[in-house]
Design a protein around this ligand. Structure first.
Ligand code: HEM
Length: 510
């Protein structure tokens, strides 16, 4: 058949009719939101490319109420019972197709998995490795990086130059992840720069996955083209995957050499086992249950999810302390008190920091004010549909809560929800505390809650008292002004882009 201009025109008319008709027959047509979002995801795509959707999402709820449309089939929810309904343990809300661009096409990984059963099985294989009980044995790794980090701060202080603290926090987080995962630092803290262009590749992956998530059917093709274009090392996730495979190969070679030494009685080296050694042992025990793909997926996840998130959270804690000097004073008073009682070591232990109530409240409050992820955690309504805030959502509708919207809601956190006030977490009112805890979700909720949160909390709780005790940090006069706020870019992770400070040593050896 010859395709004539008439055929093309007819097809175009049909597409336009379908696009225009869909919103009219949609049972959720009464849900309000931006006009263009009714017809196409282009509105959301444009917002994502602007990099400030966490702010836009809050404005949408202020304008349109607790349920807001941000795409033809996407609904942002801000309603007290929604968190439990959507994310609670045992619910059947799978992740939306937006997550598919976070996986290598054709292979499995925990974070983007849309298959509830497979995810539950996969997660159970990793759970014990990522538990807090297992992680405290990694304290020496964190101390090693903490010491190097403080040495770098000391040098920065001596030079008197302003520095980008988010960059240094990312160096710290990356090197901890390298040690915990592969048993060696990547060298970020040694060199203070983007070793092996990992940060660049990670940024590329975030940009790609955030936007291409709205065009999931194109992901396999775009992923391939992008990597072919970039050459043998690949680009974005492809690059990080190749890097991980190299690390695994190195580790395997090192492990073989070590086994040989042990067999000949040539070593008495005591080894703390990194994750990779544990995974390889699990694989050797039962290669079908714990496959090579499980090993690779988890190691890549650690690299992708384990540095930016922790660096953002550390930055938020320090930033809000600097913007609120009385809170900084209170934290220092607690640190001094613990130190004078001999309850805080030079390298604070995780156990010691758990007793420091103001420190814990400060961390919690900073993660409330600036959660690392800034887009709705999208889920698909299951088979029977669901009732939320008196409205029926049919099967297939995409619903989600944006942590930034949840965390700034005065109904949960009080009229001063926009203010940094760690004291709110020290209230004696158990009802208020329980309500706030229910809506505090920087690590997500339910069965898809962050598996790496204990790694981050270990890094955060150990290093914050150490740097607050040993250094002074100063924002520039313009950034320190009360009304000034830092700039951020939201590509799933909400990264500060101008966290520049001057560092001064406080007269104690780091
Ligand atoms: C302060 C640091 C961190 C924050 C704020 C954070 C935040 C989150 C959030 C909000 C989710 C849920 C996403 C969703 O429901 O769509 C998540 C999941 C996840 N995170 Fe983290 N994360 C952090 C650190 C880490 C680290 C250090 C790792 C690994 C080393 C990690 C690995 C993961 C993985 C694998 C998932 C998917 C879990 C699953 O679906 O079962 N995260 N994270």
């Amino acid at each position: 058949m010859v395709i004539s201009p008439h055929h093309v025109l007819a097809a175009l008319v049909l597409v336009v009719v379908v696009v225009l008709l869909k919103p009219i027959v949609n049972p959720l047509r009464h849900v309000r939101g931006p006009w263009l979002a009714r017809f196409s995801d282009v509105w959301y795509l444009r917002q994502l490319s602007r990099g400030s959707f966490e702010q836009e999402n809050q404005k949408l709820h202020q304008t349109y109420g607790p349920i807001v449309r941000y795409g033809p089939n996407r609904y942002s929810i801000c309603e007290p019972s929604a968190a439990k309904t959507i994310y609670g343990h045992g619910t059947q809300f799978a992740k939306s197709t937006w997550y598919s661009s976070w996986a290598t096409p054709g292979s499995w990984s925990l974070f983007p998995d849309q298959d509830i059963k497979r995810h539950a099985h996969g997660r159970s294989l990793f759970q014990s490795t990522y538990s807090m009980t297992a992680l405290v044995s990694y304290e020496p790794f964190v101390d090693e990086c903490g010491t190097l980090f403080c040495q770098r701060l000391q040098e920065v202080a001596e030079r008197g130059e302003p520095v980008d603290m988010r960059h240094w926090f990312q160096c710290y987080a990356f090197d901890v992840i390298g040690l915990i995962t592969f048993g060696n630092r990547f060298g970020f803290l040694d060199r203070g720069e983007d070793v092996g262009s990992l940060i660049q590749a990670l940024d590329g992956h975030l940009y790609y996955a955030t936007l291409v998530g709205l065009l999931p059917s194109l992901h396999p093709l775009l992923y391939k083209i992008r990597n072919l274009w970039a050459g043998s090392k690949g680009s974005g996730r492809g690059y990080l995957l190749n890097f991980t495979l190299e690390q695994i190969a190195h580790h395997r070679a090192g492990a073989d050499a070590m086994l040989e030494k042990e067999a000949t009685g040539d070593t008495d080296e005591a080894r703390t086992e990194p994750f990779l050694s544990k995974f390889l042992a699990k694989h050797a025990e039962n290669p079908e249950k714990f496959s090579h793909q499980h090993i690779v997926a988890s190691c890549v996840s650690n690299i992708v999810a384990g540095s930016d998130t922790t660096a953002i959270s550390l930055s938020a804690i320090l930033y809000y302390l600097l913007k609120n000097p009385t809170c900084l004073q209170s934290l220092r008073a607690e640190i001094d008190e613990f130190q004078s009682r001999g309850q805080l070591s030079n390298y604070p232990s995780f156990k010691e920091t758990q007793q420091m109530t103001y420190l814990q409240a400060t961390i919690k409050e900073a993660l409330r004010m600036h959660p690392a992820t800034g887009l709705p955690l999208e889920r698909v309504v299951p088979r029977d549909g669901i009732e939320i805030a008196g409205r029926h959502f049919p099967k297939g509708a995409i619903v989600g809560i944006n942590t930034w919207v949840e965390h700034r809601n005065p109904a949960y956190f009080g009229q001063d929800a926009d203010q940094f006030r760690p004291e709110r977490w020290l209230t004696k009112d158990t009802e208020e505390l329980s309500r706030m805890n229910q809506h505090w979700m920087p690590f997500g909720l339910g069965s898809r809650t962050c598996i790496g949160r204990h790694i981050s909390m270990l890094e955060i709780t150990k290093v914050i008292p150490r740097i607050v005790r040993d250094f002074d940090f100063e924002l520039s006069p313009s950034a320190a002004r009360q009304e000034a706020t830092w700039s951020t870019q939201n590509l799933w992770f909400v990264k500060p882009t101008d966290f520049i400070v001057r560092v001064k040593a406080r007269g104690k050896a780091p």
